[in-house]
Write a protein that binds this ligand. Structure first.
Ligand SMILES: [Zn+2]
Length: 380
């Protein structure tokens, strides 16, 4: 007798979230409360109105539209108190769905509008995460982001901050923001500084621009992981390079649909990537803005891509393997998590029927369908 693989079962699996933005992952009630306490203007005064105004969980059509919700969240993230609370609650929410290890990313420069020092911003977020770790046991570290569409100078300043807080809770450096028209190579000096200090690099790439952006992230900026990588499927040669070098992809399926990077979940390239052996991980991107959790993302992969429990376990283990943690710490996690996962019997749950290509894949407005690497020419 088998039973359906439910969201509830998935929420019991130990998990990671390696790609989650602090400023996209607040609770809606917290935004309302912080705004009230600090007299901050919001586009609506109640949860339903605010969700509507921020397009929560909606398909926005483009990354730039999707990013507009952050105009609202950032208004209440300008105080020490707001930062500590938001970081604490994010880790609390993650712990409640059995996320064991999380890497929270944000850009400290976006939190200084009311005069907070950059160091105060970093320490406030670390304080919130540490408090949640004490309470719930979830381990969290921080990835500091430069912003593509701000400036190379500001990215360098963020890189300096990452260096200053290395071994003090900051484990990586990222480049976020509008990808189109803002190539990562403009921020080369920031990447050079973090690499000179042996700090891990991940870069949002191949989300709102083609595979050239992924190649640049890896070959020019030294990325150790790639955020999203949706358009990697367009370049088979590069795809194999990532596979051969075990460069992890931080996939965020629902977010990719909402930003228009992917047409629908059923056509998400994560399935192709996994079949080819790439190290794919499943993440939230933004718990609030995308209206999701790691468990929900895995459950959606089960429903839309036909992944059974064994597939989900493999992806979960990929998360622990891809963490920006010392090797011996990852080994400890992997031993423990493998044991826990073994207690969930693959044969006890019904695998959904194999999902074919989306019926919309012939639509003329659709992006190019996935192409196998053999059929693709090398472009970089
Ligand atoms: Zn992201």
């Amino acid at each position: 007798m088998t039973s359906p693989l439910s969201l509830d079962i998935i929420s019991k699996l130990p998990k990671t979230d390696l790609h989650v933005h602090l400023d996209g992952s607040l609770r809606i009630e917290t935004i309302l409360e912080l705004a009230k306490e600090d007299n901050v203007e919001l586009p609506a005064r109640d949860a339903a109105g605010l969700r509507r105004a921020m397009n929560i969980g909606q398909n926005c059509g483009s990354l730039v539209e999707y990013l507009k919700a952050f105009d609202v969240t950032l208004r209440v993230l300008q105080t020490r108190k707001g930062l500590v609370r938001s970081a604490y609650e994010l880790a609390e929410d993650a712990a409640r769905e059995n996320v064991r290890y999380m890497e929270v990313r944000y850009s400290p420069m976006l939190h200084t509008r009311q005069g907070l020092k950059l160091t105060t911003v970093v320490e406030a977020v670390l304080e919130g995460l540490r408090a949640a770790q004490e309470e719930y046991g979830i381990e969290s570290n921080v990835i500091i982001c430069g912003i593509r569409n701000v400036s190379a100078e500001s990215s360098l300043e963020m890189a300096e901050l990452a260096v200053a807080y290395k071994n003090r809770g900051v484990v990586g450096f990222d480049l976020a923001g509008a990808e189109y028209d803002h190539p990562a190579k403009h921020h080369r000096a920031a990447f050079q500084l973090v690499r000179d200090n042996n700090i891990n690099v991940t870069i949002h790439a191949g989300e709102a621009y083609g595979p050239e952006s992924i190649a640049q992230a890896i070959h020019v900026c030294g990325a150790h992981r790639i955020g999203h990588g949706c358009r990697l499927r367009e370049n088979g040669d590069l795809l194999h390079y990532l596979n051969d070098h075990r460069i992890p992809l931080e996939c965020c399926p629902s977010s990719n649909v909402q930003t228009g990077a992917i047409r629908d979940l059923a056509s998400h390239p994560i399935k192709l990537y996994k079949n080819l052996g790439l190290r794919v991980t499943v993440n939230t991107d933004n718990r609030l803005v995308t209206d999701t959790s790691v468990s929900k993302e895995l459950w959606l992969c089960h429903k839309a891509l036909g992944w059974g429990l064994a597939d989900l376990k493999q992806v979960v283990l990929n998360g622990f393997k891809s963490a920006f943690l010392p090797f011996h710490v990852k080994q400890q996690y992997l031993r423990k998590v493998s044991e826990e996962l073994a207690a969930f019997d693959d044969a006890a749950y019904t695998a959904p029927t194999e999902v074919g290509p989306s019926p919309h894949s012939v639509s003329s407005s659709a992006p190019p369908p996935p192409v196998g690497p053999a059929a693709t020419s090398a472009e970089n």
